[in-house]
Design a protein around this ligand. Sequence first.
Ligand SMILES: Nc1nc2c(ncn2[C@@H]2O[C@H](COP(=O)(O)OP(=O)(O)OP(=O)(O)O)[C@@H](O)[C@H]2O)c(=O)[nH]1
Ligand SMILES: [Mg+2]
Length: 293
Amino acid sequence: MIQWFPGHMNKAKKALIELMADIDIVIELLDARAPFSSCNPLIQNIIKYKKKIRLLNKSDIADDSITQEWLHYFKQQDNTEAIAGNMNNSNQKNILIKLCRNIAPHRNSFEKPLRVIITGIPNVGKSTLINQLIGKKSAKTGDLPAVTKANQRLIVADDFLVYDTPGMMWEKIEYPQIGLNLALCNSIGRNALDEESMALYLLDDMKLRYPKALMTRYKLKLEQLNLYSDELINIIGKKRGCIAAGGVVDMQKASEIIIQDFRDGRIGKLSLETPKMWEEWQEQFVIEDIKQQ
Ligand SMILES: Nc1nc2c(ncn2[C@@H]2O[C@H](COP(=O)(O)OP(=O)(O)OP(=O)(O)O)[C@@H](O)[C@H]2O)c(=O)[nH]1
Ligand SMILES: [Mg+2]
């Protein structure tokens, strides 16, 4: 089971709890490709009673119809607005600022500024969004988990403050699907990962849910989708020239290529989980928990 909770996240957790008393609105970024796995219970406990906007980010590389299902799912929660996020949407800044001002209209002066915090799992795009909101590159960004290490206060306008925070992972990941989905979305540190298992899991899922996208990306024949996923990694590795000493396919390298293709949206606009899949998984988890008792 994948676990990753580096030391700075404990500090970040304490800092987030302290800051929360002075916050009017929480914008929680979820990864649109895995909204439930990225809805970290540690963060939910801290932001429980706050007004929230759940922003399903990276929607440009997620499955549009599934993102709509998730938006519907989250909008049913108390005190919660839900919108899709995409850093390439030039109107996103205006939409978000307007939404925040509507939620807390009483915080509208220099003396009583609107105080908004941006939180979420690592690498979901918090700092990128902050830079978009303030209109310049002040927060450090990067395609690696744990780029931001401490809270940072930034000014959107005289009456609008925004806080960037370090990404936080689940303290304990209870179920394998959650760990794998978070790992595929690049929210978990490399040293905690086994890329071959991740690629096998991704291919198992894509063969069933996105067969056309998979065939197109790797020029596969329909009947090849019946092969075991390790054989598929082998075929893809050969096509991509991932050959190790002795002429065999370098499975690690081939797995890394498949994972990177997914992360960059090169296989297509894919989502790893739907609300319905989650219901089914949760039932399965309950049965497994009972069996273990
Ligand atoms: N495709 C896509 N990529 C995005 C989007 N928003 C951010 N990214 C990319 O995601 C990566 C992580 O962005 P950051 O803003 O550093 O993420 P963060 O949440 O601040 O990460 P930590 O500080 O590590 O917790 C960068 O490579 C961004 O370019 C988006 O809407 N779509
Ligand atoms: Mg950051």
